[in-house]
Each structure stands twice: as C-alpha cells, then as structure tokens.
Design a binder for this molecule. Structure first.
Ligand code: BG6
Length: 518
C-alpha cells in the first residue's frame, strides 16, 4: 500500500469491534496497545471501540475497566481525571451479546453506525475476535447476516491463535471464515511476529554485508531457538491440557521463527513476497519417515513437582483443570532440517517449555569452527562464533568472537559485542500487539500468517502428534525449575553440539566462560 493510501486510511479511521472484551487478552494487551497507538498519534481521532462480551456491563463500567487495564499494563499511564484520558475513553462503547444471538448483531451494527457518525468514520471496520476458535466461523457469518459488512470501507477480521487443533480442523475453520471474508481481509495473529527483535532478524540478515554471505551451510553449524517460560499453566489448564507445547508454541511461534531465520530475501518488500518466501521454508521442512524418526528427533516432556527460587511448585498433573493422568507435553524440543540448497545438513534445534528456570526467547546462530589444522585453533581450542538474537525479555543482538586476552602473550578468549536495545535509556519499545494492531489498521499483513503457512505448519505438527498418539516418543518428566529432559541435550550431543546458555540462565549452568564485554 502506498504512503498516500496509508495516510488516507488513517484519516478515515476505523471502528474496532472487539469480541472477548472482558477477557484477559483485551485487558492485558489490546486496550494498552490501542492506548499507546493513540498517545503516539498512530490512531487518528476518528476511531472507536465497541467492546463485545456476554457479561452485562454498563458503558461506564466498561470504560473504567479499560482505564484500569491501561493503568496496570500500558507503557503510558493515564490519569482518570485527565481531559486527555476522558477524551480517549469517550471512544469506547460496550455491548453485552451472546455470539449466537443472531438478533443482537443488528444492535451491534446500530451502535457501530452511531459511532461512525459521531467520530466521522468512513465505514472501515476491524473485527477482532479474541474468542475460542470454534466461534470464529459462526461470528463471521453472523456479522454478515447482521449487516456489519455492508458499510462502505474496509472489513478486516483479526483472529487469535489457536487456529484449529490440527490440519483438518484448521481447514474446516478456514473454509467457514472464507465463506465470508477474503484471504486479504483475514489477519491471523501470531504475536511473536509483532516482536521487535523477531522483525529485526530480517534487517540484521539482509542489511549487513557481513552476515548474509555467511548465512548458509558452508559457514553455519547449527541454529538454536529457545522459547523458555518460568510460568506453569496458571489458570489455562482447560485449554492447555487439550493443546500441549507442540500445538501451543511449536506450530506457530517456533516455526515462524524458523522461517524468519531460514527464508530467502524476498524480491520486493511486499507482504505477499515475504510470505511466499516463508512458505517455501515450511515446504522444505524435512518430514519424518515414520514414528521411529519422530522418537529420534523429537523430545516431549512434562513438568513434575520441583522448586523454583526456593518456592515449591506442583506437578503439571496436579494443576487446576488438568487431567491427573494427563499425557500432555509441557516441553517440546526437536531437531529440524530445512532441505534446500542453503540449509542442507544444518540442524535447527528448537525447544520450548513451561516451568523452566528462565523466561527467555533467544536464537543462537552457531558458526562453523575455524579449521583445526590452523595453528591458532589447534593450540587454543577456539570456541565458535555465535550470533545471538535476544528477543525477550532482553532485546538485543550479541556477537561472540575470539580475541587476544589483554596483557597476555597470545592467549585467545571469547569476547562479546553486545548491543542491548532494552537497556538503552529512553527506548520504550512498542509491544508486539501495538505493532500488529497498527499494521492491521494499515492493511499491512506482512506480520500475520497466511493460510498456506498455517496449513503447512499444521501438516508438520500433525506428523509429530500422530506418532505420539501411536505411542512413539516417551513422555519424559522433568522437575519444575530445570531445563527439561536430558534427552533434549542428547539431540545436540549426538551431533557434537550443546545448547548455548541463554540469558537468565544461572551461572552454574553456563557452559561458556564469562566474556569480557567490549
Ligand atoms: C502464547 C501461548 O501464544 O504465548 C502461551 O499460548 C505462552 O502458552 C505465550 O505463555 C508466550 O508469549 P510471550 O510473549 O510471553 O513469550
């Protein structure tokens, strides 16, 4: 979309029709994101939000809830008596609606039209479904039947994961939605794609002469992607016990990060060109010859009782709404291969888990070692170079190289060139949801997942899930507060590698010697 057109869309504004307005996501992420966009002038004054949920609530109660969520979670804090806050809050309306109540959509349309008239909005409507996916299809149909798609202007559907439970259910869901919305109107959220450092992967790769020439199997030994969490399932036992780590994180965030690392440079920086390249990576993912190969290349674990920072943590099976005999994995690690010219033979090790010792998302690119017959490598046992993308909670990029120890007679030590973005005073990085909502209002779908990406990711994940369902791959317990089953170390160990320590990892766990920062 051209700059001129973007500006036109912004000045026309939009109404956000937010289903699931009393939920956790709305209060923690969506209201704060809308507020930040407003404060930063990325939303014109021509915007309005209709919060939709079943719970009865007055408009005043809703506005007060929105205020409290912003106060607690937003980057910018509001003061309830500030004229600016009051002006902002006036853009919010609430409708209590059961999503199956087809009559109610007429009321929703009427409220939307009133807001459009009040704020001079040209009929653009963004429907955000922060709902269980089994409701996506019926809500889409009800929106149409209720006349909500009859306005002049754009109609966009933003939907949250999980997009289905497997390929079959995702296809069914997609077909239902596609009866109402075109693919270009559907914005499937994977909030990892809104993270600053995930977006930065392409910039670092394609804007630097010193990385791209090395970005292949001649120079890279392996890639390691860690998405570790300290939390357990908290109050999401009902959902999670049905899903598990593979579907919850492996199908989406993790494979998306693999595509960002592995994709070719797109010919043009356009959403479809970029997504085409990501799809090619998913197509090149090596499948599994059978359940035995799944058992060899994939590890699944479940947290048992343990201790974290001196506090006792219960086992997964003792969590609320979790089956006491549950076979659901809370940890998933795998060795993946992207079978194309660039990546042939380079393992991509991925791991994610709950109740691990640190909350960290990091990508480590391990370069091949200097040949051992070079005298320096031989005498000093040099460590490989690493390029590390720190995605969260620390944001930055970090390069490990070898250099001479100061004052020594040629002793080589690893040193770090460390750019910590989140440590810089004055940088107040936008939250993932700010970027994504902003992009959806501009019609930029680059950082949303297209249907073919989703389908290929499910196809891959289904092959693992079905092998597990046939009893392949033992579910391995690991104590809460540890780095998961040892089998995940063996995945790398058998190739002569090991997991590099990630930020937040205890000193005692760190395999690499402390570096001297430059
Ligand atoms: C969600 C998963 O998609 O991502 C959660 O459903 C997980 O289980 C969360 O906790 C992690 O997101 P973040 O941004 O905190 O790393």
């Amino acid at each position: 979309m051209s700059e001129v057109k973007k500006e036109a869309v912004r000045s026309e504004g939009a109404v956000f029709i937010l289903f699931g307005a009393t939920g956790d996501l709305a209060s923690r992420k969506l209201f704060p994101a809308i507020y930040s966009l407003y404060r930063e002038g990325k939303l014109s004054d021509k915007f309005a939000v209709v919060g939709v949920a079943r719970r009865p609530k007055t408009r005043e109660q809703f506005r007060s809830d929105v205020f409290h969520s912003i106060h607690e979670f937003a980057r910018y804090k509001g003061v309830e008596t500030d004229p600016e806050w009051i002006r902002f809050a006036e853009h919010f309306e609430y409708l209590s609606l059961d999503t199956n109540d087809t009559e109610g959509y007429g009321r929703l349309n009427a409220i939307t039209q009133e807001l459009e008239a009040k704020f001079d909005i040209a009929g653009n409507r963004l429907f955000y479904l922060a709902l269980a996916p089994n409701l996506f299809g019926s809500v889409a149909h009800n929106l149409k039947a209720g006349g909500l798609l009859d306005s002049l202007g754009y109609h966009r559907l933003v939907i949250e994961k999980p997009f289905g439970f497997d390929l079959a259910s995702a296809t069914e869901l997609n077909e239902e939605i596609r009866q109402v919305f075109h693919e270009e109107e559907i914005f499937r959220i994977d909030h990892y794609l809104g993270k600053e450092m995930v977006q930065n992967i392409n910039v670092i790769r394609f804007a630097n002469a010193m990385f791209e020439p090395l970005w292949n199997n001649k120079h890279i030994a392996n890639i390691q992607i860690t998405l570790s969490e300290t939390v357990g399932v908290e109050d999401r036992g009902g959902y999670y016990d049905h899903s598990g780590a593979l579907r919850d994180m492996g199908q989406n965030h993790m494979l998306q990060m693999v595509t960002m690392i592995a994709m070719e440079a797109p010919g043009r920086l356009l959403p479809e060109d970029i997504r085409d390249e990501k799809v090619k990576v998913l197509r090149a993912l090596r499948g599994f010859a059978g359940p035995e190969e799944v058992a060899k290349r994939v590890v699944r674990g479940q947290y048992a009782a343990g201790e974290m920072k001196g506090a006792k943590k219960k086992a997964y099976r003792e969590e609320d709404k979790v089956n006491p005999d549950s076979e659901t994995e809370t940890y998933y690690a795998a060795k993946l291969f992207v079978d194309n010219f660039r990546w042939a033979g380079v393992p991509f090790y991925v791991r994610t888990g709950k109740r691990l010792p640190a909350k960290t998302t990091e990508v480590v690119v391990e370069f091949k070692k200097i040949p051992d017959n070079v005298y320096l490598a031989k005498s000093q046992n040099l460590l490989p170079n690493l390029l590390v993308f720190r995605v969260s909670p620390l944001e930055g990029i970090y390069l490990k190289i070898n250099a001479m120890q100061p004052g020594s007679e040629g002793t080589v030590i690893p040193i770090a060139m460390d750019f910590c973005q989140s440590c810089q005073v004055g940088i107040n990085t936008p939250e993932a949801y700010e970027r994504l909502i902003y992009d959806a209002t501009r019609g930029d779908s680059t950082h949303f997942t297209r249907w073919d990406e989703v389908a290929l990711a499910w196809q891959f994940v289904d092959s693992i899930a079905s092998a597990w369902a046939q009893g392949s791959g033992e579910l391995l317990p690991y104590p809460a507060g540890t780095w998961g089953p040892e089998a995940a170390d063996r995945l790398l160990g058998e190739d002569g590698f090991h997991w590099w320590p990630v930020s937040g990892q205890e000193e005692s766990d760190v395999i690499w010697v402390a570096a001297t920062p430059m």
